[in-house]
Design a protein around this ligand. Structure first.
Ligand SMILES: Cc1ncc(COP(=O)(O)O)c(C=O)c1O
Length: 482
């Protein structure tokens, strides 16, 4: 089979002069590696067209589908974001009604905004011991579909940012009983299904549309992703239409070669690399059991992905953010994210022995300095470090405004402590992971005001809260009467 990187390499070494884009004309103009420019081309003769593939890109996409057990796959150069926007847009009419997990990534909310959707939420269970959301249960989906009429598609995220995996096969059965499609944002699970140590991927579990960030868990450059489609429910022409809209008309061949390379690697060396990954991770986990204070969420096939090491500081006198800062500043170890009561490290098949060793030694050393927490200040009034309770402004609440109407509505800034009971005019996100604490049109609750203040005090990044004249301000909808 022809591979893109070799083809680009050969082309880059040839003597064809580029009277076309990109403007760098295959020469560097700084210290960025010359080789990158030499291989960076656009849709020129012989290199196919991502938006209407008939050659190498069609073959590579067909190959990707085979590898994941999908009927059809699409290369994405604008991340899973483009896949989520396209999937949601393709399966719902403008103004349609979606049931989606409340812990979806912001791109799902952006799709709902762009398509003016009515949004109903599935609220994942909280795992109080670790302050994270669990996967979605099939019974929850069944209940929601029985209670609400007119739902046209369901969207869940699995694995979650923290690695919680839902019973996708069970959910797909429930959703298909209603004759509607299931979209799974599997951005964090491009490696799933490739080893017995991992859960099956959601194509294998029966989902209609599955989105993978190849760049998150496989060795591929940032922004590379895949969208897979299965079954007869999804209108493939509509899906192509939206991919055409949301993806660049100048897709990067370097990024596409990155996807090809990563999948080729998985095919040729995956069995060995994934086995080593699982063994290294298991050893790390075993060695970390010596910690007396820090706790670690254990991997469990089908429930908790091994790629995510959740380090809980909940029972200690240190916050997750403080642990994250110490690991970075003292040990030069950059973790994926920090929350109030945990920090999250990611492992993939590309980690080195040194990577495991350094984190293990640092955590064992830090653990010796910790003490058991005496009071549970955060836990007393907020069982989760990142809690969002069922918002009083569900789509059926009197006075509630749709996400799109709210985001487009007239707005003003008010002091955070005076915002109780008002409708949010902007998203408020803890970042990462980019799951909204508050979406436009939702009601600002006392709990939320308290949580936001605590997150900021703890040093977490809260998007959507401004500091104006030394005061915290939040964007709210103007009252009709104003
Ligand atoms: C659950 C989830 N879905 C989707 C995305 C978007 O992925 P991408 O960055 O590939 O666009 C992210 C990004 O962090 C994510 O965490």
């Amino acid at each position: 089979m022809e591979h893109l990187f070799e083809k680009l390499d050969e082309y880059g070494r040839g003597d064809v002069y580029p009277y076309h884009m990109p403007g760098h004309k295959r020469h560097g103009c700084g210290s960025l590696c010359e080789e990158i420019y030499r291989k960076d081309i656009t849709e020129i003769e012989g290199f196919d067209d991502l938006h209407q593939p008939t050659g190498i890109l069609r073959d590579l996409q067909t190959h990707a589908a085979k590898l994941y057990g999908a009927e059809e796959s699409f290369y994405l150069v604008n991340g899973s974001t483009a896949g989520i926007l396209s999937a949601v847009s393709a399966v719902l009419p403008f103004g349609g009604h979606i049931l989606m997990a409340r812990n979806c990534h912001k791109s799902a909310y952006h799709a709902a905004y762009l398509r003016n959707l009515k949004v109903s939420y599935l609220y994942p269970d909280l795992m109080g011991e670790y302050d994270i959301f669990d996967g979605i249960r099939p019974e929850q989906v069944r209940e929601a579909l029985e209670q609400e009429t007119g739902i046209e598609a369901v969207l869940i995220v699995s694995p979650t940012y923290e690695g919680r995996i839902s019973d996708v096969a069970g959910i797909a059965r429930v959703v298909h009983e209603k004759g509607i499609p299931l979209i799974v944002d599997e951005a964090h699970g491009a490696h799933l299904g490739f080893s017995e140590d991992f859960a099956p991927n959601s194509c294998q579990a029966g989902a209609d549309l599955v989105i993978h960030s190849v760049h998150k868990t496989l060795p591929s450059p940032t922004q590379t992703a895949l969208l897979h489609v299965n079954g007869a429910i999804v209108d493939r022409q509509r899906l192509r239409r939206f991919l055409h809209i949301y993806q660049s008309s100048s897709p990067s061949y370097l990024l596409m070669a990155g996807i090809d390379n990563a999948l080729q690697y998985v095919e040729e060396k995956g069995a060995e690399a994934f086995a080593a990954f699982a063994a290294n991770y298991a050893r790390l986990f075993q060695e970390l059991s010596e910690c007396g204070h820090l706790r670690f969420l254990s991997p469990e096939a089908g429930k908790q992905d091994i790629g995510k090491l959740l380090i809980s500081t909940k029972m200690t006198n240190m916050s997750g953010k403080k642990l994250y800062d110490i690991l970075l500043q003292k040990y030069h170890l950059q973790l994926e994210m920090a929350a109030e009561t945990y920090a999250l490290a990611m492992f993939t098949l590309n980690d080195t022995k040194e990577g495991y060793e350094r984190l293990k030694s640092a955590l064992l050393e830090i653990d010796k300095t910790l003490e058991r927490k005496t009071s549970d200040k955060s836990g007393a009034d907020c069982p989760s470090g990142r809690l969002f309770l069922q918002n009083p402004a569900s789509p059926d609440t009197v006075g509630a405004v749709s996400l799109a109407a709210a985001w487009d509505g007239e707005k003003r800034f008010v002091r955070l402590q005076e915002s109780l009971g008002l409708f949010a005019g902007e998203f408020v996100n803890l970042y990462p992971p980019g799951v909204p604490l508050l979406a436009p049109g939702e009601v600002i609750t006392a709990q939320l005001i308290k949580d936001i203040k605590r997150y900021l005090k703890c040093g977490l990044k809260v998007q959507g809260i401004e500091v104006m004249q030394k005061e915290l301000r939040i964007c709210v909808l103007c009252d009709d009467k104003e």
